[in-house]
Ligand binder design. Structure first.
Ligand code: HEC
Ligand code: HEC
Length: 289
């Protein structure tokens, strides 16, 4: 039964003519702009469902007319990154290390690869970020056994130290005590002199005999004033940085029976580009020359 359209007294809005217990229903349709937006969204969703993977079909799904898959998209991106990286590593392998250091793009790739290779291969001995520990030199300071230039570090990593490789860095501090080259008294005297080089001589110690012994037996490798020598990997004894330990007993132990630390050779185990990356990474710790 058609009802007469009437207006609500309070709001001035038309009513639908429905009334329950004196409560009238106002006729307020959703706005036009809302309806249009809704329609556009429905159409958009339908088109999207057709083009892209959408409707599940039992064990499979409707793959969409464009044939798009996120998995292949990611695979493509990863393959692209690998290709760029492999290209850069090839160029690093073929480029002199000092030139790599001057090339911003190659250097960035090298430092990133070096960081990972260091964590995988070097950290167990040299500590996080080359912090070192007794017998394993700190790589982050500017005190170098075998030289801190890029080429020096590259050579050390490639062939190792006392590694057995034919090209290894090699030298052997004589076993002064174990081989009877010096007696206990002389070893004590030269140890006192070594301590004095870094200002740690015991008060009142007579340094003269030790100085003479040092000049005769030690200066050829460690230098007249204990300044060290990269050619022999002989540590500087005049600073307060110790490969082993700076207390008197440890110094006596070293003179009696030197440790002659071994660092493995990495050629053959790591490729050329990775070794260069490692040298750049170690050099960038802050102590490179
Ligand atoms: C098995 C333990 C060990 C591992 C692993 C090792 N090193 Fe060494 N490294 C040593 C020792 C020991 C020395 C010091 C040898 C000596 O007394 O001259 C050394 C010395 C060095 C030096 C010379 C430091 C200087 O002052 O001249 C460099 C550079 C170096 N290592 C880099 C590396 C890098 C890079 C790696 C990883 C690829 C690595 N090492 C892995 C034990 C290790
Ligand atoms: C042939 C060269 C050579 C001669 C000679 C030599 N050294 Fe060494 N010395 C080294 C090398 C290389 C090292 C480090 C590697 C190792 O032996 O572990 C070293 C290490 C040391 C260390 C340990 C330094 C540290 O930082 O912990 C002391 C101390 C030392 N030498 C004292 C002496 C004294 C004292 C003499 C003479 C009585 C002497 N050396 C003679 C090569 C030599």
């Amino acid at each position: 039964m058609p009802t007469k359209i009437e207006k609500d007294d309070h709001t001035g809005t038309e009513t639908t003519g429905h009334e329950w217990d004196g409560i009238k229903e106002l006729n307020t349709p959703v706005p036009r702009w809302w309806l249009y937006t809704f329609a556009v969204c429905v159409v958009w969703a339908l088109v999207f469902m057709l083009l892209y993977p959408s409707i599940p079909l039992g064990r499979t799904y409707f793959a969409g007319l464009l044939g798009y898959s996120q998995r292949t998209a990611v695979d493509h991106e990863v393959a692209e990154i690998h290709q760029v990286h492999a290209g850069a590593m090839q160029r690093i392998a073929a480029t002199d290390i000092t030139k790599v250091a001057q090339d911003d793009e190659l250097k960035t790739v090298a430092l990133a690869s070096g960081r990972i290779a260091f964590a995988n291969n070097c950290q167990p001995c040299h500590g996080t970020a080359g912090s070192g520990r007794a017998g394993y030199p700190i790589l982050a300071d500017d005190d170098w056994l075998w030289g801190g230039k890029l080429e020096d570090i590259q050579r050390t990593i490639t062939y190792g130290i006392r590694s057995g490789h034919p090209e290894t860095r090699d030298s052997a501090m004589p076993r002064f005590g174990a081989d009877g080259l010096l007696d206990d008294k002389q070893i004590g005297q030269v140890a006192d002199f070594v301590l004095s080089l870094s200002g740690h001589a015991a008060a009142g110690a007579d340094l003269k005999p030790g100085a003479a012994l040092f000049a005769d037996n030690c200066a050829s490798c460690h230098g007249d004033k204990g300044e060290g020598n990269h050619d022999f990997g002989a540590p500087r004894l005049s600073d307060n940085i110790w490969l082993y330990s700076g207390d008197r007993a440890a110094i006596i132990r070293q003179i009696t029976n030197p440790r002659q630390g071994v660092m493995p050779a990495w050629t053959g185990r790591l490729d050329e580009a990775t070794i260069k990356s490692l040298a750049l990474y170690v050099h960038a710790f802050g102590g490179g020359e």
